[in-house]
Design a protein around this ligand. Structure first.
Ligand code: C2E
Ligand code: SIN
Ligand code: SIN
Ligand code: FE
Ligand code: FE
Length: 542
Protein backbone atom coordinates (compact mmCIF):
# COMPACT_ATOMS: atom_id res chain seq x y z
CA UNK A 1 0.00 0.00 0.00
CA UNK A 2 1.21 3.55 -0.72
CA UNK A 3 2.50 5.18 2.40
CA UNK A 4 2.25 8.93 1.99
CA UNK A 5 -0.73 11.22 1.30
CA UNK A 6 0.34 12.26 -2.21
CA UNK A 7 0.81 8.64 -3.22
CA UNK A 8 -2.55 7.77 -1.72
CA UNK A 9 -4.25 10.49 -3.73
CA UNK A 10 -2.60 9.29 -6.91
CA UNK A 11 -3.74 5.79 -6.10
CA UNK A 12 -7.33 6.95 -5.59
CA UNK A 13 -7.28 8.83 -8.86
CA UNK A 14 -6.04 5.75 -10.62
CA UNK A 15 -8.74 3.58 -9.12
CA UNK A 16 -11.40 6.06 -10.19
CA UNK A 17 -10.03 6.08 -13.75
CA UNK A 18 -9.98 2.30 -13.71
CA UNK A 19 -13.66 2.11 -12.86
CA UNK A 20 -14.41 4.61 -15.62
CA UNK A 21 -12.31 2.59 -18.01
CA UNK A 22 -14.11 -0.64 -17.35
CA UNK A 23 -17.46 1.04 -18.01
CA UNK A 24 -16.26 2.49 -21.31
CA UNK A 25 -14.57 -0.73 -22.30
CA UNK A 26 -17.75 -2.67 -21.91
CA UNK A 27 -19.63 -0.33 -24.18
CA UNK A 28 -17.03 -0.27 -26.94
CA UNK A 29 -17.49 -2.99 -29.49
CA UNK A 30 -15.11 -1.78 -32.14
CA UNK A 31 -11.89 -3.68 -31.65
CA UNK A 32 -9.61 -0.93 -32.89
CA UNK A 33 -11.26 1.76 -30.79
CA UNK A 34 -10.98 -0.55 -27.85
CA UNK A 35 -7.27 -1.21 -28.28
CA UNK A 36 -6.61 2.52 -28.65
CA UNK A 37 -8.58 3.28 -25.52
CA UNK A 38 -6.72 0.68 -23.49
CA UNK A 39 -3.25 1.88 -24.43
CA UNK A 40 -4.26 5.50 -23.96
CA UNK A 41 -5.62 4.84 -20.50
CA UNK A 42 -2.59 2.74 -19.53
CA UNK A 43 -0.24 5.50 -20.64
CA UNK A 44 -2.18 8.03 -18.61
CA UNK A 45 -2.50 5.90 -15.47
CA UNK A 46 1.13 4.87 -15.44
CA UNK A 47 2.22 8.36 -16.45
CA UNK A 48 4.72 6.74 -18.81
CA UNK A 49 6.06 7.51 -22.29
CA UNK A 50 4.09 4.87 -24.11
CA UNK A 51 2.00 1.74 -23.78
CA UNK A 52 1.42 -1.10 -26.20
CA UNK A 53 -0.81 -4.09 -26.64
CA UNK A 54 0.95 -6.97 -28.32
CA UNK A 55 -1.39 -9.70 -29.54
CA UNK A 56 -0.43 -13.22 -30.48
CA UNK A 57 -0.61 -14.15 -34.15
CA UNK A 58 -1.17 -17.89 -34.36
CA UNK A 59 -0.10 -18.22 -37.94
CA UNK A 60 3.19 -16.36 -37.54
CA UNK A 61 3.65 -17.68 -34.00
CA UNK A 62 4.76 -14.19 -33.07
CA UNK A 63 3.46 -11.19 -31.19
CA UNK A 64 2.53 -8.05 -33.08
CA UNK A 65 1.88 -4.51 -31.90
CA UNK A 66 -1.89 -4.23 -32.17
CA UNK A 67 -1.97 -0.73 -30.66
CA UNK A 68 0.57 1.66 -29.12
CA UNK A 69 0.94 5.16 -27.89
CA UNK A 70 4.17 7.11 -27.88
CA UNK A 71 5.68 5.58 -31.03
CA UNK A 72 4.40 5.40 -34.57
CA UNK A 73 1.81 2.61 -34.21
CA UNK A 74 1.67 1.85 -37.94
CA UNK A 75 5.38 1.27 -38.17
CA UNK A 76 5.48 -0.73 -34.97
CA UNK A 77 2.70 -2.90 -36.33
CA UNK A 78 5.01 -4.03 -39.12
CA UNK A 79 7.58 -5.42 -36.68
CA UNK A 80 6.67 -8.87 -35.43
CA UNK A 81 8.13 -9.71 -32.02
CA UNK A 82 9.44 -13.26 -31.59
CA UNK A 83 8.37 -15.29 -28.54
CA UNK A 84 11.99 -16.24 -27.86
CA UNK A 85 14.45 -13.45 -27.28
CA UNK A 86 12.04 -10.70 -26.36
CA UNK A 87 10.69 -9.33 -23.12
CA UNK A 88 7.13 -9.35 -24.36
CA UNK A 89 7.59 -12.94 -25.53
CA UNK A 90 8.95 -13.94 -22.13
CA UNK A 91 5.91 -12.46 -20.40
CA UNK A 92 3.69 -14.29 -22.86
CA UNK A 93 5.39 -17.66 -22.60
CA UNK A 94 5.81 -17.66 -18.84
CA UNK A 95 2.51 -15.98 -18.00
CA UNK A 96 4.46 -13.76 -15.57
CA UNK A 97 4.59 -9.95 -15.29
CA UNK A 98 7.96 -8.19 -15.61
CA UNK A 99 9.15 -4.92 -14.16
CA UNK A 100 12.52 -3.91 -15.50
CA UNK A 101 14.24 -0.64 -14.93
CA UNK A 102 17.42 -1.46 -16.87
CA UNK A 103 16.08 -2.76 -20.14
CA UNK A 104 19.13 -2.14 -22.26
CA UNK A 105 21.23 -4.47 -20.13
CA UNK A 106 18.78 -7.33 -20.42
CA UNK A 107 19.71 -9.91 -23.06
CA UNK A 108 16.05 -10.75 -23.61
CA UNK A 109 15.26 -7.26 -24.90
CA UNK A 110 14.26 -7.33 -28.55
CA UNK A 111 15.25 -4.19 -30.43
CA UNK A 112 15.85 -4.99 -34.07
CA UNK A 113 17.96 -2.32 -35.71
CA UNK A 114 15.44 -0.62 -37.87
CA UNK A 115 15.49 2.85 -39.27
CA UNK A 116 11.74 2.79 -39.39
CA UNK A 117 10.98 3.05 -35.72
CA UNK A 118 12.96 3.12 -32.51
CA UNK A 119 12.40 0.28 -30.11
CA UNK A 120 15.00 1.65 -27.74
CA UNK A 121 13.58 1.86 -24.24
CA UNK A 122 14.99 2.23 -20.71
CA UNK A 123 12.29 0.89 -18.44
CA UNK A 124 9.38 -1.49 -18.95
CA UNK A 125 6.45 -2.96 -17.07
CA UNK A 126 4.49 -5.69 -18.79
CA UNK A 127 1.69 -8.07 -17.88
CA UNK A 128 0.12 -11.03 -19.67
CA UNK A 129 -3.40 -10.78 -21.06
CA UNK A 130 -5.59 -13.85 -20.75
CA UNK A 131 -9.09 -14.72 -21.78
CA UNK A 132 -10.38 -17.66 -19.75
CA UNK A 133 -6.94 -19.18 -19.16
CA UNK A 134 -5.97 -18.64 -22.78
CA UNK A 135 -3.07 -16.30 -23.35
CA UNK A 136 -3.91 -13.69 -25.98
CA UNK A 137 -1.10 -11.17 -25.62
CA UNK A 138 0.80 -8.70 -23.50
CA UNK A 139 0.05 -5.22 -22.21
CA UNK A 140 3.12 -3.13 -21.50
CA UNK A 141 4.14 0.37 -20.46
CA UNK A 142 7.56 1.79 -21.34
CA UNK A 143 9.74 4.82 -20.66
CA UNK A 144 12.32 5.84 -23.19
CA UNK A 145 14.37 8.15 -20.99
CA UNK A 146 14.14 6.59 -17.53
CA UNK A 147 11.16 7.03 -15.22
CA UNK A 148 11.14 3.94 -13.07
CA UNK A 149 8.19 1.62 -12.65
CA UNK A 150 7.09 0.40 -9.20
CA UNK A 151 5.12 -2.64 -8.18
CA UNK A 152 1.92 -0.64 -7.94
CA UNK A 153 2.18 0.14 -11.69
CA UNK A 154 2.20 -3.55 -12.34
CA UNK A 155 -0.92 -4.02 -10.21
CA UNK A 156 -2.73 -1.25 -12.07
CA UNK A 157 -1.63 -2.65 -15.41
CA UNK A 158 -2.87 -6.13 -14.45
CA UNK A 159 -6.29 -4.74 -13.59
CA UNK A 160 -6.43 -2.89 -16.92
CA UNK A 161 -5.26 -6.03 -18.69
CA UNK A 162 -7.96 -8.23 -17.24
CA UNK A 163 -10.71 -5.74 -18.09
CA UNK A 164 -9.19 -5.24 -21.50
CA UNK A 165 -8.97 -8.95 -22.26
CA UNK A 166 -12.67 -9.43 -21.57
CA UNK A 167 -13.58 -6.42 -23.66
CA UNK A 168 -11.33 -7.58 -26.51
CA UNK A 169 -12.96 -10.98 -26.38
CA UNK A 170 -16.42 -9.43 -26.52
CA UNK A 171 -15.44 -7.19 -29.39
CA UNK A 172 -14.00 -10.14 -31.29
CA UNK A 173 -17.12 -12.21 -30.70
CA UNK A 174 -19.24 -9.28 -31.77
CA UNK A 175 -17.19 -8.73 -34.88
CA UNK A 176 -17.44 -12.39 -35.77
CA UNK A 177 -21.19 -12.41 -35.20
CA UNK A 178 -21.55 -9.29 -37.27
CA UNK A 179 -19.42 -10.72 -40.03
CA UNK A 180 -21.37 -13.95 -40.00
CA UNK A 181 -24.59 -11.98 -40.31
CA UNK A 182 -23.19 -9.97 -43.21
CA UNK A 183 -21.88 -13.11 -44.86
CA UNK A 184 -25.29 -14.73 -44.57
CA UNK A 185 -26.86 -11.65 -46.07
CA UNK A 186 -24.40 -11.75 -48.96
CA UNK A 187 -25.18 -15.40 -49.56
CA UNK A 188 -28.85 -14.67 -49.63
CA UNK A 189 -28.25 -11.96 -52.21
CA UNK A 190 -26.18 -14.32 -54.30
CA UNK A 191 -28.94 -16.92 -54.14
CA UNK A 192 -31.42 -14.36 -55.35
CA UNK A 193 -29.15 -13.30 -58.16
CA UNK A 194 -28.78 -16.90 -59.25
CA UNK A 195 -32.48 -17.68 -59.07
CA UNK A 196 -33.63 -14.50 -60.77
CA UNK A 197 -31.24 -14.68 -63.59
CA UNK A 198 -29.96 -17.51 -65.63
CA UNK A 199 -27.60 -15.44 -67.71
CA UNK A 200 -24.07 -15.96 -66.40
CA UNK A 201 -22.87 -12.70 -67.88
CA UNK A 202 -25.25 -10.99 -65.47
CA UNK A 203 -24.99 -13.31 -62.46
CA UNK A 204 -21.22 -13.64 -62.22
CA UNK A 205 -20.53 -9.89 -61.86
CA UNK A 206 -23.09 -9.76 -59.05
CA UNK A 207 -21.47 -12.68 -57.27
CA UNK A 208 -18.04 -11.09 -57.65
CA UNK A 209 -19.27 -7.87 -56.04
CA UNK A 210 -20.12 -9.89 -52.93
CA UNK A 211 -16.87 -11.82 -53.09
CA UNK A 212 -14.90 -8.58 -53.19
CA UNK A 213 -16.84 -6.94 -50.38
CA UNK A 214 -17.22 -9.83 -48.00
CA UNK A 215 -13.77 -11.32 -48.41
CA UNK A 216 -12.19 -7.89 -48.42
CA UNK A 217 -10.09 -8.50 -51.53
CA UNK A 218 -8.94 -6.09 -54.22
CA UNK A 219 -9.91 -8.21 -57.19
CA UNK A 220 -11.71 -11.42 -58.04
CA UNK A 221 -12.49 -13.44 -61.13
CA UNK A 222 -14.14 -16.59 -62.36
CA UNK A 223 -12.42 -18.82 -64.89
CA UNK A 224 -14.59 -21.40 -66.61
CA UNK A 225 -13.43 -24.79 -67.74
CA UNK A 226 -14.18 -25.49 -71.37
CA UNK A 227 -15.01 -29.20 -71.36
CA UNK A 228 -14.05 -29.73 -74.97
CA UNK A 229 -10.61 -28.13 -74.89
CA UNK A 230 -9.98 -28.74 -71.17
CA UNK A 231 -8.77 -25.17 -70.81
CA UNK A 232 -9.63 -22.47 -68.31
CA UNK A 233 -10.99 -19.31 -69.89
CA UNK A 234 -11.79 -15.96 -68.32
CA UNK A 235 -15.52 -15.47 -67.73
CA UNK A 236 -15.90 -12.48 -65.44
CA UNK A 237 -13.69 -10.26 -63.29
CA UNK A 238 -13.79 -7.30 -60.93
CA UNK A 239 -11.19 -4.91 -59.55
CA UNK A 240 -8.49 -5.35 -62.18
CA UNK A 241 -6.56 -2.36 -63.48
CA UNK A 242 -5.31 -4.00 -66.63
CA UNK A 243 -6.79 -6.26 -69.29
CA UNK A 244 -4.02 -8.84 -68.87
CA UNK A 245 -6.44 -11.29 -67.36
CA UNK A 246 -8.93 -11.43 -70.16
CA UNK A 247 -6.77 -13.46 -72.51
CA UNK A 248 -6.13 -16.14 -69.97
CA UNK A 249 -6.14 -19.63 -71.41
CA UNK A 250 -4.67 -22.22 -69.06
CA UNK A 251 -4.31 -25.94 -69.50
CA UNK A 252 -5.47 -28.18 -66.65
CA UNK A 253 -2.59 -28.33 -64.20
CA UNK A 254 -0.93 -25.21 -65.58
CA UNK A 255 -0.35 -22.33 -63.17
CA UNK A 256 -2.10 -22.11 -59.86
CA UNK A 257 -5.55 -21.88 -61.34
CA UNK A 258 -4.89 -24.92 -63.48
CA UNK A 259 -3.57 -26.74 -60.46
CA UNK A 260 -6.74 -25.94 -58.52
CA UNK A 261 -8.95 -27.23 -61.32
CA UNK A 262 -6.92 -30.40 -61.70
CA UNK A 263 -6.41 -31.25 -58.02
CA UNK A 264 -9.82 -29.91 -56.96
CA UNK A 265 -8.08 -28.32 -54.00
CA UNK A 266 -7.81 -24.73 -52.88
CA UNK A 267 -4.50 -22.93 -53.39
CA UNK A 268 -3.47 -20.24 -50.93
CA UNK A 269 -0.65 -17.75 -51.24
CA UNK A 270 -1.08 -15.24 -48.40
CA UNK A 271 2.03 -13.31 -49.43
CA UNK A 272 3.76 -14.03 -52.70
CA UNK A 273 6.91 -12.19 -51.62
CA UNK A 274 7.56 -14.57 -48.75
CA UNK A 275 6.23 -17.63 -50.51
CA UNK A 276 8.06 -20.42 -52.24
CA UNK A 277 5.00 -20.74 -54.42
CA UNK A 278 5.98 -17.78 -56.54
CA UNK A 279 7.54 -20.32 -58.89
CA UNK A 280 4.08 -21.67 -59.65
CA UNK A 281 2.90 -18.35 -61.05
CA UNK A 282 2.55 -18.54 -64.80
CA UNK A 283 0.69 -15.29 -65.23
CA UNK A 284 3.66 -13.28 -64.06
CA UNK A 285 2.66 -10.27 -66.16
CA UNK A 286 -0.75 -10.19 -64.56
CA UNK A 287 0.64 -10.31 -61.06
CA UNK A 288 3.39 -7.78 -61.68
CA UNK A 289 1.23 -5.37 -63.64
CA UNK A 290 -1.46 -5.37 -61.00
CA UNK A 291 0.78 -5.44 -57.96
CA UNK A 292 -0.88 -8.48 -56.44
CA UNK A 293 0.81 -10.25 -53.53
CA UNK A 294 -2.06 -12.22 -52.00
CA UNK A 295 -3.81 -14.98 -53.98
CA UNK A 296 -6.38 -17.64 -53.16
CA UNK A 297 -8.19 -19.88 -55.58
CA UNK A 298 -10.97 -22.40 -55.06
CA UNK A 299 -12.33 -25.01 -57.46
CA UNK A 300 -15.93 -24.66 -58.58
CA UNK A 301 -17.43 -28.11 -58.30
CA UNK A 302 -21.01 -29.25 -58.85
CA UNK A 303 -22.18 -32.83 -58.76
CA UNK A 304 -18.59 -33.96 -58.70
CA UNK A 305 -17.64 -32.04 -61.81
CA UNK A 306 -15.18 -29.15 -61.99
CA UNK A 307 -16.79 -26.17 -63.73
CA UNK A 308 -14.01 -23.66 -63.19
CA UNK A 309 -12.04 -21.69 -60.62
CA UNK A 310 -12.85 -18.75 -58.38
CA UNK A 311 -9.77 -16.60 -57.77
CA UNK A 312 -9.24 -13.68 -55.42
CA UNK A 313 -6.30 -11.27 -55.54
CA UNK A 314 -5.02 -8.73 -53.07
CA UNK A 315 -2.44 -5.98 -53.34
CA UNK A 316 -1.27 -6.51 -49.77
CA UNK A 317 -0.80 -9.76 -47.85
CA UNK A 318 -3.99 -11.75 -47.46
CA UNK A 319 -4.10 -13.46 -44.10
CA UNK A 320 -7.03 -15.78 -44.05
CA UNK A 321 -8.49 -17.01 -40.80
CA UNK A 322 -10.81 -19.94 -40.35
CA UNK A 323 -13.98 -17.94 -40.98
CA UNK A 324 -12.58 -16.33 -44.09
CA UNK A 325 -11.63 -19.66 -45.58
CA UNK A 326 -14.98 -21.17 -44.68
CA UNK A 327 -16.78 -18.31 -46.35
CA UNK A 328 -14.57 -18.48 -49.42
CA UNK A 329 -15.50 -22.15 -49.74
CA UNK A 330 -19.21 -21.44 -49.35
CA UNK A 331 -19.15 -18.65 -51.90
CA UNK A 332 -17.26 -20.89 -54.33
CA UNK A 333 -19.97 -23.53 -53.93
CA UNK A 334 -22.65 -20.94 -54.62
CA UNK A 335 -20.84 -19.76 -57.71
CA UNK A 336 -20.57 -23.32 -58.95
CA UNK A 337 -24.32 -23.76 -58.48
CA UNK A 338 -25.00 -20.59 -60.42
CA UNK A 339 -22.88 -21.83 -63.29
CA UNK A 340 -24.59 -25.19 -63.22
CA UNK A 341 -28.12 -23.74 -63.38
CA UNK A 342 -27.18 -21.35 -66.13
CA UNK A 343 -25.59 -24.13 -68.17
CA UNK A 344 -28.65 -26.34 -67.79
CA UNK A 345 -30.85 -23.48 -68.84
CA UNK A 346 -28.92 -22.60 -71.94
CA UNK A 347 -28.78 -26.25 -73.03
CA UNK A 348 -32.55 -26.41 -72.69
CA UNK A 349 -32.90 -23.29 -74.74
CA UNK A 350 -30.54 -24.60 -77.36
CA UNK A 351 -32.76 -27.59 -78.15
CA UNK A 352 -35.55 -25.21 -79.16
CA UNK A 353 -33.20 -22.79 -80.78
CA UNK A 354 -32.83 -24.49 -84.18
CA UNK A 355 -36.53 -24.43 -84.77
CA UNK A 356 -36.91 -20.87 -83.58
CA UNK A 357 -34.04 -19.81 -85.72
CA UNK A 358 -35.75 -21.13 -88.84
CA UNK A 359 -38.95 -19.23 -88.05
CA UNK A 360 -37.18 -16.00 -87.29
CA UNK A 361 -35.11 -16.15 -90.44
CA UNK A 362 -38.39 -16.40 -92.37
CA UNK A 363 -39.86 -13.39 -90.62
CA UNK A 364 -36.76 -11.30 -91.20
CA UNK A 365 -36.87 -12.22 -94.89
CA UNK A 366 -40.51 -11.18 -95.24
CA UNK A 367 -39.86 -8.01 -93.37
CA UNK A 368 -37.01 -7.08 -95.66
CA UNK A 369 -39.10 -7.80 -98.75
CA UNK A 370 -41.85 -5.54 -97.43
CA UNK A 371 -39.45 -2.66 -96.92
CA UNK A 372 -38.15 -3.08 -100.45
CA UNK A 373 -41.56 -2.89 -102.02
CA UNK A 374 -42.65 0.03 -99.89
CA UNK A 375 -39.53 1.91 -101.10
CA UNK A 376 -39.07 2.64 -97.42
CA UNK A 377 -35.63 3.78 -96.44
CA UNK A 378 -33.46 0.73 -96.28
CA UNK A 379 -33.81 -0.96 -92.90
CA UNK A 380 -36.91 0.86 -91.61
CA UNK A 381 -38.39 -2.33 -90.18
CA UNK A 382 -35.12 -3.43 -88.63
CA UNK A 383 -34.65 0.02 -87.05
CA UNK A 384 -38.14 0.32 -85.61
CA UNK A 385 -37.86 -3.22 -84.31
CA UNK A 386 -34.64 -2.57 -82.41
CA UNK A 387 -35.94 0.69 -81.06
CA UNK A 388 -39.27 -0.78 -79.97
CA UNK A 389 -37.51 -3.60 -78.14
CA UNK A 390 -35.31 -1.07 -76.31
CA UNK A 391 -38.31 1.06 -75.46
CA UNK A 392 -40.23 -1.97 -74.21
CA UNK A 393 -37.35 -3.01 -71.96
CA UNK A 394 -37.02 0.53 -70.62
CA UNK A 395 -40.75 0.50 -70.02
CA UNK A 396 -40.44 -2.69 -67.96
CA UNK A 397 -42.02 -5.17 -70.36
CA UNK A 398 -41.31 -8.75 -69.30
CA UNK A 399 -38.49 -10.51 -71.09
CA UNK A 400 -40.75 -13.34 -72.31
CA UNK A 401 -43.00 -10.85 -74.13
CA UNK A 402 -40.12 -9.27 -76.01
CA UNK A 403 -39.92 -11.97 -78.65
CA UNK A 404 -43.49 -11.24 -79.79
CA UNK A 405 -42.87 -7.51 -79.80
CA UNK A 406 -39.88 -8.21 -82.02
CA UNK A 407 -41.80 -10.31 -84.49
CA UNK A 408 -44.77 -7.94 -84.47
CA UNK A 409 -42.54 -4.95 -85.19
CA UNK A 410 -40.77 -6.68 -88.05
CA UNK A 411 -44.14 -7.47 -89.61
CA UNK A 412 -45.99 -4.28 -88.66
CA UNK A 413 -46.84 -3.25 -92.23
CA UNK A 414 -47.29 -6.80 -93.52
CA UNK A 415 -50.85 -5.79 -94.55
CA UNK A 416 -49.49 -3.36 -97.14
CA UNK A 417 -48.90 -6.43 -99.34
CA UNK A 418 -52.59 -6.17 -100.22
CA UNK A 419 -52.34 -2.45 -101.09
CA UNK A 420 -51.72 -1.83 -104.84
CA UNK A 421 -48.46 -0.23 -105.99
CA UNK A 422 -50.34 2.72 -107.42
CA UNK A 423 -51.47 3.65 -103.97
CA UNK A 424 -48.53 2.59 -101.92
CA UNK A 425 -45.94 4.27 -104.11
CA UNK A 426 -47.93 7.39 -105.01
CA UNK A 427 -45.63 10.42 -104.79
CA UNK A 428 -48.37 12.83 -103.67
CA UNK A 429 -51.43 13.02 -101.44
CA UNK A 430 -53.90 10.12 -101.45
CA UNK A 431 -57.49 10.52 -102.68
CA UNK A 432 -60.32 9.54 -100.33
CA UNK A 433 -60.71 6.22 -102.08
CA UNK A 434 -56.96 5.47 -101.98
CA UNK A 435 -56.86 6.39 -98.37
CA UNK A 436 -59.68 3.96 -97.68
CA UNK A 437 -57.60 1.18 -99.18
CA UNK A 438 -54.48 2.25 -97.34
CA UNK A 439 -56.30 2.27 -94.02
CA UNK A 440 -57.16 -1.38 -94.46
CA UNK A 441 -53.56 -2.58 -94.08
CA UNK A 442 -53.85 -3.40 -90.35
CA UNK A 443 -56.96 -5.49 -90.98
CA UNK A 444 -55.23 -7.34 -93.85
CA UNK A 445 -52.32 -8.09 -91.52
CA UNK A 446 -54.70 -9.51 -88.95
CA UNK A 447 -56.29 -11.82 -91.50
CA UNK A 448 -52.96 -13.05 -92.84
CA UNK A 449 -51.28 -13.67 -89.51
CA UNK A 450 -54.19 -14.99 -87.50
CA UNK A 451 -53.94 -18.47 -88.98
CA UNK A 452 -50.24 -18.85 -88.20
CA UNK A 453 -50.16 -20.32 -84.72
CA UNK A 454 -46.75 -19.08 -83.58
CA UNK A 455 -47.40 -15.57 -84.92
CA UNK A 456 -50.74 -15.10 -83.18
CA UNK A 457 -49.12 -13.67 -80.05
CA UNK A 458 -47.29 -11.22 -82.32
CA UNK A 459 -50.46 -9.83 -83.89
CA UNK A 460 -51.00 -6.83 -81.62
CA UNK A 461 -48.60 -4.52 -83.40
CA UNK A 462 -49.57 -5.22 -87.03
CA UNK A 463 -53.23 -4.98 -86.10
CA UNK A 464 -53.21 -2.00 -83.71
CA UNK A 465 -50.23 0.22 -84.66
CA UNK A 466 -52.45 2.93 -86.19
CA UNK A 467 -54.83 3.20 -83.26
CA UNK A 468 -54.54 6.54 -81.44
CA UNK A 469 -54.69 7.33 -77.71
CA UNK A 470 -57.69 9.67 -78.18
CA UNK A 471 -59.68 7.05 -80.09
CA UNK A 472 -59.34 8.71 -83.52
CA UNK A 473 -57.15 5.98 -85.08
CA UNK A 474 -57.98 2.95 -87.22
CA UNK A 475 -59.06 0.19 -87.85
CA UNK A 476 -61.19 -0.10 -84.70
CA UNK A 477 -60.95 3.33 -83.08
CA UNK A 478 -59.63 1.88 -79.80
CA UNK A 479 -58.97 4.41 -77.04
CA UNK A 480 -56.32 4.72 -74.28
CA UNK A 481 -55.42 1.46 -72.61
CA UNK A 482 -57.82 -0.45 -74.83
CA UNK A 483 -54.91 -0.32 -77.26
CA UNK A 484 -52.43 -3.09 -76.40
CA UNK A 485 -49.28 -1.71 -74.75
CA UNK A 486 -47.03 -3.19 -77.44
CA UNK A 487 -48.91 -1.23 -80.11
CA UNK A 488 -48.79 1.99 -78.05
CA UNK A 489 -45.03 1.58 -77.73
CA UNK A 490 -44.59 0.76 -81.38
CA UNK A 491 -46.74 3.65 -82.69
CA UNK A 492 -44.37 6.29 -81.30
CA UNK A 493 -41.33 4.56 -82.75
CA UNK A 494 -42.95 4.05 -86.17
CA UNK A 495 -43.97 7.68 -86.52
CA UNK A 496 -40.56 8.81 -85.31
CA UNK A 497 -38.76 6.72 -87.89
CA UNK A 498 -41.27 7.55 -90.66
CA UNK A 499 -40.87 11.29 -90.07
CA UNK A 500 -37.09 11.23 -89.75
CA UNK A 501 -36.76 9.60 -93.20
CA UNK A 502 -37.74 10.50 -96.75
CA UNK A 503 -41.02 9.10 -98.06
CA UNK A 504 -42.24 9.04 -101.69
CA UNK A 505 -44.70 11.75 -100.59
CA UNK A 506 -42.32 14.01 -98.57
CA UNK A 507 -38.78 14.63 -97.32
CA UNK A 508 -37.46 13.48 -93.89
CA UNK A 509 -37.88 15.82 -90.91
CA UNK A 510 -35.06 17.21 -88.68
CA UNK A 511 -34.70 15.76 -85.17
CA UNK A 512 -35.89 18.80 -83.22
CA UNK A 513 -39.00 19.14 -85.35
CA UNK A 514 -39.80 15.45 -84.95
CA UNK A 515 -39.37 15.62 -81.17
CA UNK A 516 -41.67 18.60 -80.84
CA UNK A 517 -44.27 16.87 -83.03
CA UNK A 518 -44.19 13.80 -80.81
CA UNK A 519 -44.48 15.91 -77.67
CA UNK A 520 -47.40 17.75 -79.23
CA UNK A 521 -49.15 14.46 -80.01
CA UNK A 522 -48.69 13.15 -76.45
CA UNK A 523 -52.18 12.43 -75.11
CA UNK A 524 -53.67 12.81 -78.63
CA UNK A 525 -52.01 10.26 -80.89
CA UNK A 526 -49.71 8.73 -78.26
CA UNK A 527 -49.82 7.36 -74.73
CA UNK A 528 -48.25 10.17 -72.61
CA UNK A 529 -46.35 7.70 -70.39
CA UNK A 530 -44.83 6.04 -73.42
CA UNK A 531 -43.81 9.41 -74.86
CA UNK A 532 -42.02 10.27 -71.63
CA UNK A 533 -39.86 7.15 -71.74
CA UNK A 534 -39.40 7.41 -75.49
CA UNK A 535 -37.96 10.93 -75.21
CA UNK A 536 -35.28 9.60 -72.85
CA UNK A 537 -34.46 6.95 -75.43
CA UNK A 538 -34.00 9.35 -78.36
CA UNK A 539 -32.02 11.92 -76.37
CA UNK A 540 -28.74 10.31 -77.43
CA UNK A 541 -29.75 9.55 -81.01
CA UNK A 542 -28.58 11.67 -83.96
P1 C2E B 1 -45.75 5.40 -93.12
O1 C2E B 1 -45.20 6.26 -94.19
O2 C2E B 1 -44.90 4.31 -92.62
O3 C2E B 1 -46.15 6.32 -91.91
C1 C2E B 1 -46.51 5.81 -90.68
C2 C2E B 1 -47.17 6.82 -89.84
O4 C2E B 1 -46.26 7.88 -89.55
C3 C2E B 1 -48.35 7.52 -90.48
O5 C2E B 1 -49.52 6.79 -90.33
C4 C2E B 1 -48.42 8.81 -89.71
O6 C2E B 1 -49.00 8.62 -88.45
C5 C2E B 1 -46.94 9.13 -89.50
N1 C2E B 1 -46.47 9.99 -90.58
C6 C2E B 1 -45.75 9.62 -91.64
N2 C2E B 1 -45.50 10.70 -92.43
C7 C2E B 1 -46.08 11.76 -91.86
C8 C2E B 1 -46.16 13.16 -92.18
O7 C2E B 1 -45.63 13.62 -93.18
N3 C2E B 1 -46.84 13.96 -91.34
C9 C2E B 1 -47.40 13.48 -90.20
N4 C2E B 1 -48.05 14.32 -89.38
N5 C2E B 1 -47.35 12.17 -89.86
C10 C2E B 1 -46.70 11.32 -90.70
P2 C2E B 1 -50.75 7.06 -91.33
O8 C2E B 1 -50.96 8.51 -91.47
O9 C2E B 1 -51.88 6.25 -90.79
O10 C2E B 1 -50.25 6.48 -92.65
C11 C2E B 1 -50.13 5.12 -92.87
C12 C2E B 1 -49.43 4.85 -94.14
O11 C2E B 1 -50.17 5.41 -95.25
C13 C2E B 1 -48.03 5.51 -94.24
O12 C2E B 1 -47.07 4.73 -93.63
C14 C2E B 1 -47.86 5.60 -95.78
O13 C2E B 1 -47.49 4.37 -96.30
C15 C2E B 1 -49.28 5.89 -96.25
N6 C2E B 1 -49.50 7.33 -96.45
C16 C2E B 1 -49.91 8.21 -95.53
N7 C2E B 1 -50.01 9.45 -96.07
C17 C2E B 1 -49.64 9.35 -97.40
C18 C2E B 1 -49.53 10.27 -98.48
O14 C2E B 1 -49.78 11.49 -98.36
N8 C2E B 1 -49.14 9.76 -99.70
C19 C2E B 1 -48.84 8.44 -99.83
N9 C2E B 1 -48.45 8.03 -101.02
N10 C2E B 1 -48.92 7.56 -98.83
C20 C2E B 1 -49.34 8.00 -97.63
C1 SIN C 1 10.65 -6.49 -26.03
O1 SIN C 1 9.70 -7.14 -25.65
O2 SIN C 1 11.84 -6.78 -25.79
C2 SIN C 1 10.42 -5.26 -26.83
C3 SIN C 1 9.00 -4.89 -26.73
C4 SIN C 1 8.91 -3.42 -26.67
O3 SIN C 1 9.83 -2.74 -27.04
O4 SIN C 1 7.86 -2.93 -26.30
C1 SIN D 1 -2.49 -19.14 -61.85
O1 SIN D 1 -2.12 -18.84 -62.95
O2 SIN D 1 -2.85 -20.27 -61.59
C2 SIN D 1 -2.50 -18.11 -60.79
C3 SIN D 1 -1.17 -17.55 -60.66
C4 SIN D 1 -0.43 -17.95 -61.82
O3 SIN D 1 0.09 -19.06 -61.79
O4 SIN D 1 -0.38 -17.20 -62.80
FE1 FE E 1 -48.74 1.02 -90.88
FE1 FE F 1 -43.63 1.71 -90.41
Amino acid sequence: MPDDIAELERYNRQLKRLVELSVTLNSTLDLNDLLQLITKTATELLACDGASILLYDERLEKLYFAASTGSDPKKLAEIPVPLDGSLAGTIFRTNTPIILNKVEQDPRHYAPSSDRVSMQIRTLVGVPMLIKERMIGVLEGVNKQGGEFVEQDQVILSVIASHAATAINNARLFREAEQRAQNLEALRNINDAVLNNLDLQLTLPQILIHVQARLGVDAADVLLLNKKTNRLIYASGLGFRTDALKNINLKLGQGNAGRVAKSRKMVSIPDLRSSNKSATIVRVKLFEGEGFVGYYAAPLIVKGEVMGVLEVFHRSPLDADHDWLAFFQVIADQTALAIDSATLFSELQLSNADLRHAYDATIEGWSHALDLRDKETEGHSQRVTEMTVKLALLFGVKIEDIVNIRRGSLLHDMGKIAVPDAVLLKPGKLTDDEWLQMRKHPQYAYEMLESIEYLKPALEIPYCHHEKWDGSGYPRGLKGEEIPLSARLFAVVDVWDALRNDRPYRKGWPKAMTISFIKEQSGIHFDPQVVEVFLRLVEDLP
